[in-house]
Design a protein. Structure first.
Lengths: 113, 109
Protein backbone atom coordinates (compact mmCIF):
# COMPACT_ATOMS: atom_id res chain seq x y z
CA UNK A 1 0.00 0.00 0.00
CA UNK A 2 3.01 2.29 0.37
CA UNK A 3 2.68 5.13 -2.13
CA UNK A 4 6.21 6.57 -2.12
CA UNK A 5 8.95 4.60 -0.42
CA UNK A 6 12.58 5.43 0.23
CA UNK A 7 15.51 3.37 1.45
CA UNK A 8 17.34 3.66 3.70
CA UNK A 9 15.50 5.68 6.34
CA UNK A 10 18.73 6.55 8.14
CA UNK A 11 22.21 6.84 6.69
CA UNK A 12 25.27 7.61 8.79
CA UNK A 13 28.58 7.83 6.97
CA UNK A 14 32.01 9.42 6.97
CA UNK A 15 33.07 12.44 4.96
CA UNK A 16 34.38 11.53 1.55
CA UNK A 17 32.26 8.41 1.16
CA UNK A 18 29.79 7.75 -1.67
CA UNK A 19 26.21 6.77 -0.88
CA UNK A 20 22.90 6.18 -2.64
CA UNK A 21 19.27 6.66 -1.68
CA UNK A 22 16.55 4.78 -3.53
CA UNK A 23 12.99 5.92 -4.19
CA UNK A 24 10.02 4.12 -5.67
CA UNK A 25 6.42 5.20 -6.21
CA UNK A 26 3.45 2.97 -7.02
CA UNK A 27 1.00 5.78 -7.77
CA UNK A 28 1.50 5.69 -11.52
CA UNK A 29 2.79 9.26 -11.49
CA UNK A 30 4.85 10.72 -14.32
CA UNK A 31 6.97 13.11 -12.30
CA UNK A 32 9.36 12.52 -9.41
CA UNK A 33 11.40 14.89 -7.29
CA UNK A 34 14.21 15.06 -4.77
CA UNK A 35 14.07 17.63 -1.99
CA UNK A 36 16.56 18.52 0.72
CA UNK A 37 15.32 19.65 4.13
CA UNK A 38 17.95 21.28 6.31
CA UNK A 39 18.16 21.57 10.08
CA UNK A 40 15.97 24.69 9.99
CA UNK A 41 13.30 22.68 8.15
CA UNK A 42 13.72 24.65 4.95
CA UNK A 43 12.52 22.42 2.11
CA UNK A 44 14.26 22.97 -1.21
CA UNK A 45 13.81 21.28 -4.58
CA UNK A 46 16.94 19.61 -5.93
CA UNK A 47 15.83 17.68 -9.02
CA UNK A 48 12.70 16.87 -10.95
CA UNK A 49 12.25 14.07 -13.50
CA UNK A 50 9.36 13.61 -15.88
CA UNK A 51 9.10 10.19 -17.52
CA UNK A 52 12.77 9.47 -16.81
CA UNK A 53 13.94 12.80 -18.20
CA UNK A 54 15.62 15.44 -16.05
CA UNK A 55 13.63 18.67 -16.15
CA UNK A 56 14.86 20.56 -13.11
CA UNK A 57 18.36 20.77 -11.65
CA UNK A 58 18.45 23.47 -9.02
CA UNK A 59 22.15 24.36 -9.03
CA UNK A 60 22.95 21.29 -7.01
CA UNK A 61 26.67 20.37 -6.84
CA UNK A 62 27.56 17.77 -9.44
CA UNK A 63 28.50 15.40 -6.61
CA UNK A 64 24.75 14.71 -6.58
CA UNK A 65 23.61 12.56 -9.48
CA UNK A 66 20.01 11.44 -9.83
CA UNK A 67 19.13 8.42 -11.94
CA UNK A 68 15.71 7.35 -13.13
CA UNK A 69 15.72 3.81 -14.56
CA UNK A 70 11.97 4.04 -15.16
CA UNK A 71 9.21 6.45 -14.26
CA UNK A 72 8.46 4.66 -10.99
CA UNK A 73 12.01 4.96 -9.64
CA UNK A 74 14.29 7.89 -8.92
CA UNK A 75 17.53 7.24 -7.12
CA UNK A 76 20.02 9.74 -5.74
CA UNK A 77 23.73 9.05 -5.67
CA UNK A 78 26.03 11.34 -3.73
CA UNK A 79 29.81 11.30 -4.21
CA UNK A 80 32.47 12.59 -1.84
CA UNK A 81 30.06 13.38 0.96
CA UNK A 82 30.62 16.59 2.92
CA UNK A 83 29.47 17.70 6.37
CA UNK A 84 27.06 20.17 4.78
CA UNK A 85 25.23 17.33 3.03
CA UNK A 86 23.76 16.27 6.37
CA UNK A 87 20.01 16.77 6.01
CA UNK A 88 16.78 14.89 5.42
CA UNK A 89 16.25 13.99 1.77
CA UNK A 90 12.70 13.52 0.56
CA UNK A 91 11.57 11.91 -2.63
CA UNK A 92 8.16 12.95 -3.99
CA UNK A 93 5.96 12.26 -6.97
CA UNK A 94 3.03 13.85 -8.78
CA UNK A 95 1.08 13.75 -12.00
CA UNK A 96 2.78 15.97 -14.55
CA UNK A 97 -0.17 18.37 -14.70
CA UNK A 98 -0.74 18.40 -10.94
CA UNK A 99 2.65 19.44 -9.62
CA UNK A 100 1.03 21.33 -6.74
CA UNK A 101 -0.19 18.05 -5.26
CA UNK A 102 2.90 16.08 -4.45
CA UNK A 103 3.18 12.86 -2.48
CA UNK A 104 6.27 12.59 -0.34
CA UNK A 105 8.24 9.58 0.78
CA UNK A 106 9.14 9.11 4.46
CA UNK A 107 12.54 10.75 4.05
CA UNK A 108 16.13 9.64 4.50
CA UNK A 109 18.05 11.25 7.32
CA UNK A 110 21.66 11.54 6.17
CA UNK A 111 24.32 12.26 8.76
CA UNK A 112 27.86 12.89 7.56
CA UNK A 113 30.53 12.61 10.27
CA UNK B 1 13.10 34.92 -7.91
CA UNK B 2 10.32 33.64 -5.73
CA UNK B 3 10.08 33.81 -1.96
CA UNK B 4 7.43 33.02 0.63
CA UNK B 5 7.37 34.23 4.21
CA UNK B 6 5.49 32.67 7.10
CA UNK B 7 5.49 33.28 10.86
CA UNK B 8 7.98 30.92 12.45
CA UNK B 9 5.72 29.82 15.31
CA UNK B 10 2.06 29.99 16.27
CA UNK B 11 0.49 28.75 19.50
CA UNK B 12 -3.20 28.04 20.06
CA UNK B 13 -5.41 26.02 22.37
CA UNK B 14 -7.44 22.93 21.63
CA UNK B 15 -10.81 23.71 20.11
CA UNK B 16 -9.76 27.15 18.91
CA UNK B 17 -9.33 28.52 15.39
CA UNK B 18 -5.91 29.51 14.10
CA UNK B 19 -4.79 31.27 10.94
CA UNK B 20 -1.33 30.76 9.42
CA UNK B 21 -0.36 33.50 7.00
CA UNK B 22 1.83 33.33 3.93
CA UNK B 23 3.07 36.34 1.97
CA UNK B 24 4.92 35.82 -1.25
CA UNK B 25 6.90 37.51 -3.98
CA UNK B 26 6.79 36.06 -7.47
CA UNK B 27 6.58 37.10 -11.08
CA UNK B 28 3.94 34.51 -11.81
CA UNK B 29 2.51 31.27 -10.51
CA UNK B 30 -0.33 28.82 -11.01
CA UNK B 31 -1.45 28.33 -7.44
CA UNK B 32 -0.69 28.25 -3.72
CA UNK B 33 -0.55 24.93 -1.87
CA UNK B 34 -0.37 24.03 1.79
CA UNK B 35 1.45 21.08 3.32
CA UNK B 36 1.53 19.68 6.84
CA UNK B 37 4.59 18.01 8.32
CA UNK B 38 4.64 16.30 11.70
CA UNK B 39 7.95 16.10 13.50
CA UNK B 40 10.00 13.31 11.96
CA UNK B 41 7.43 12.78 9.22
CA UNK B 42 6.95 13.62 5.57
CA UNK B 43 5.13 16.67 4.19
CA UNK B 44 1.55 15.81 3.28
CA UNK B 45 -0.68 17.82 0.96
CA UNK B 46 -3.53 19.72 2.62
CA UNK B 47 -5.02 22.24 0.24
CA UNK B 48 -4.60 24.13 -3.03
CA UNK B 49 -5.84 27.47 -4.33
CA UNK B 50 -5.63 28.15 -8.03
CA UNK B 51 -8.10 31.03 -7.84
CA UNK B 52 -8.64 33.83 -5.37
CA UNK B 53 -10.97 33.02 -2.53
CA UNK B 54 -11.56 30.34 0.04
CA UNK B 55 -11.21 26.59 -0.42
CA UNK B 56 -12.65 24.43 2.34
CA UNK B 57 -11.62 20.87 3.14
CA UNK B 58 -13.13 19.68 6.39
CA UNK B 59 -11.58 21.52 9.34
CA UNK B 60 -9.02 23.15 7.05
CA UNK B 61 -9.62 26.10 4.74
CA UNK B 62 -7.15 27.96 2.58
CA UNK B 63 -7.43 31.43 1.13
CA UNK B 64 -5.63 33.23 -1.67
CA UNK B 65 -5.55 36.87 -2.72
CA UNK B 66 -3.33 37.41 -5.76
CA UNK B 67 -3.77 41.19 -5.63
CA UNK B 68 -2.35 41.22 -2.08
CA UNK B 69 0.27 38.47 -2.71
CA UNK B 70 -1.12 36.78 0.36
CA UNK B 71 -2.68 33.57 1.46
CA UNK B 72 -3.56 31.81 4.66
CA UNK B 73 -4.45 28.44 6.08
CA UNK B 74 -7.29 28.35 8.58
CA UNK B 75 -7.55 25.46 10.99
CA UNK B 76 -10.77 25.10 12.96
CA UNK B 77 -11.64 23.02 16.02
CA UNK B 78 -7.98 22.53 16.74
CA UNK B 79 -6.88 19.15 17.97
CA UNK B 80 -3.64 18.13 19.63
CA UNK B 81 -2.76 16.11 16.52
CA UNK B 82 -2.70 19.35 14.51
CA UNK B 83 0.59 20.27 16.23
CA UNK B 84 2.97 20.22 13.27
CA UNK B 85 4.80 22.44 10.81
CA UNK B 86 2.79 23.98 8.01
CA UNK B 87 4.27 25.10 4.71
CA UNK B 88 2.82 27.19 1.94
CA UNK B 89 4.23 26.57 -1.54
CA UNK B 90 4.03 28.24 -4.93
CA UNK B 91 3.65 26.15 -8.05
CA UNK B 92 4.22 27.38 -11.58
CA UNK B 93 5.11 26.57 -15.15
CA UNK B 94 8.55 25.41 -14.09
CA UNK B 95 7.06 22.16 -12.80
CA UNK B 96 8.33 22.65 -9.26
CA UNK B 97 7.15 23.85 -5.88
CA UNK B 98 8.85 26.64 -3.99
CA UNK B 99 8.20 26.18 -0.30
CA UNK B 100 7.78 28.85 2.35
CA UNK B 101 9.81 29.13 5.51
CA UNK B 102 7.33 27.02 7.49
CA UNK B 103 5.23 27.69 10.60
CA UNK B 104 5.45 25.51 13.68
CA UNK B 105 1.99 25.22 15.22
CA UNK B 106 1.81 24.22 18.86
CA UNK B 107 -1.64 23.22 20.11
CA UNK B 108 -1.97 23.38 23.87
CA UNK B 109 -4.62 21.62 25.99
Amino acid sequence: DTAVSQTPKYLVTQMGNDKSIKCEQNLGHDTMYWYKQDSKKFLKIMFSYNNKELIINETVPNRFSPKSPDKAHLNLHINSLELGDSAVYFCASSQVKETDTQYFGPGTRLTVL
Amino acid sequence: GQSLEQPSEVTAVEGAIVQINCTYQTSGFYGLSWYQQHDGGAPTFLSYNALDGLEETGRFSSFLSRSDSYGYLLLQELQMKDSASYFCALGGATNKLIFGTGTLLAVQP
